[in-house]
Design a protein around this ligand. Structure first.
Ligand SMILES: NC(=O)c1ccc[n+]([C@@H]2O[C@H](COP(=O)([O-])OP(=O)(O)OC[C@H]3O[C@@H](n4cnc5c(N)ncnc54)[C@H](O)[C@@H]3O)[C@@H](O)[C@H]2O)c1
Length: 345
């Protein structure tokens, strides 16, 4: 058997713990170290995981422990810093989405990956959600014909997300985090994965649901995708509904309606007769698992890429492209004009 890869997890809040569970379930991985700036959290986490030691100093952890891969699960605002430090220390990195808050930070991370031997994966986990995987497979197989319109929503009520130890990094007015880049990146990345890179965007935003938050809480963006496909992303972090990412993919022969929180996806297709005449509209319900934080699958893929020296599908340039679209949406809504998206990293 190939040797186990040794993982460190940086930031052991909700997602850090999910990644620790993903490592535990993988026969080719082992948890070597945990790091967090909250000493109480990290000491408890290390004890729970059977580790003799925990770290509140990232560089000390890199120096003292034998580590192959660092998983960065810290707040978005410090993804760049930890990712670059880990890559420059000779490690592979799985960085949670969004890759960073700005395109400039993404460029620095791409440069660090290019200049080192390290693999860089960005955790665009919607690409691992069973409903979206099925939808992508059907689109690629031509099941609904040629796409002409794609839309996806990131609908979440952030006022219900508990902070980490009372500190809400998602709302910090200094470490400004825009929900389109931080959360809407899921919907943006999903549409990019299915329909390609949009060239330009026009967006509107408002601030009616979470007035005490430092940024707009609802944004709608329309975009031009390749092959004359048009698309729409909606990101609301104050909506009164349960978290979901409703997504509709419209093709010349049918339509897929899917999300990451339902046990099935719906495919509607025209059924035609022998002479091409319209007979009926078929409604097919395809059962899928619900697994919208499938980080175990990301870890498995990264291990395969490392052990067999394969390119990482959601590498730094992919993560940066999603951030670039998000940044263009925010810019468009602020200036009230269309923005052409720059994919130069
Ligand atoms: N893939 C997904 O669907 C998904 C879902 C939720 C969050 N996320 C992403 O995962 C990351 C973590 O989110 P979370 O929900 O686990 O947050 P969280 O608030 O639950 O945990 C964050 C942890 O980071 C620690 N931390 C804060 N500042 C730090 C710093 N400067 N250095 C090191 N550690 C620091 C905190 O003490 C806390 O333990 C974020 O980037 C977020 O956008 C991804």
């Amino acid at each position: 058997m190939e040797r186990k890869l040794r993982f460190a997890v940086a930031g052991i809040g909700g997602m850090g713990k999910a990644h620790i569970e993903g490592i535990r379930r993988n026969a080719l991985a082992e948890l070597a170290a945990v790091f967090d700036i909250n000493e109480e959290f990290v000491v408890k986490c290390a004890a729970d995981c059977g580790l003799g030691k925990s770290y509140t100093d990232f560089d000390r952890m890199l120096a003292e422990e034998e580590i192959d891969v660092v998983i960065v699960c810290t707040p978005d605002q410090v993804h760049r810093d930890y990712t670059v430090r880990a890559l420059r220390a000779g490690k592979h990195v799985l960085c949670e989405k969004p890759m960073a808050q700005t395109v400039e930070d993404c460029r620095e991370m791409v440069r660090a990956a290019d200049e080192t031997e390290g693999k860089l994966m960005i955790g665009q986990v919607c690409r691992k959600a069973p409903g979206f995987l099925k939808a992508k497979e059907l689109v690629d197989a031509g099941y609904i014909g040629e796409l002409f319109f794609v839309e996806s929503e990131y609908a979440h009520d952030y006022s219900r997300i508990p902070g980490s130890g009372g500190w809400q990094w998602r709302t910090d007015p200094v470490l400004l985090r825009h929900p389109v880049i931080g959360g809407g990146c899921h919907a943006i990345d999903l549409l990019r994965w299915i329909a390609g890179n949009p060239s330009e965007v026009f967006a509107y935003a408002n601030h009616k649901m979470l007035p005490s938050w430092p940024v707009d809480d609802c944004t709608v963006a329309v975009m031009k995708f390749p092959h004359e496909v048009i698309g729409k992303v909606m990101c609301s972090i104050g909506c009164k509904r349960s978290y979901t990412m409703r997504t509709c993919l419209y093709g010349s022969k049918g339509t897929i309606i899917c999300d990451n929180t339902s046990p099935e996806i719906t495919v509607m297709r025209e059924i035609l007769g022998e002479n091409g005449e319209y007979l009926t509209m078929d409604h097919e319900k395809i059962p899928v698992d619900i697994n919208n934080h499938n980080v175990a699958s990301e870890i498995e893929e990264l291990i395969d890429c490392i052990l067999h020296d394969k390119p990482v599908p959601t590498d730094g340039r992919e993560g940066a492209s999603t951030v670039a679209v998000g940044a263009a949406i925010v810019e468009s809504a602020a200036k009230g004009d269309k923005v052409v998206i720059d994919y130069c990293f």
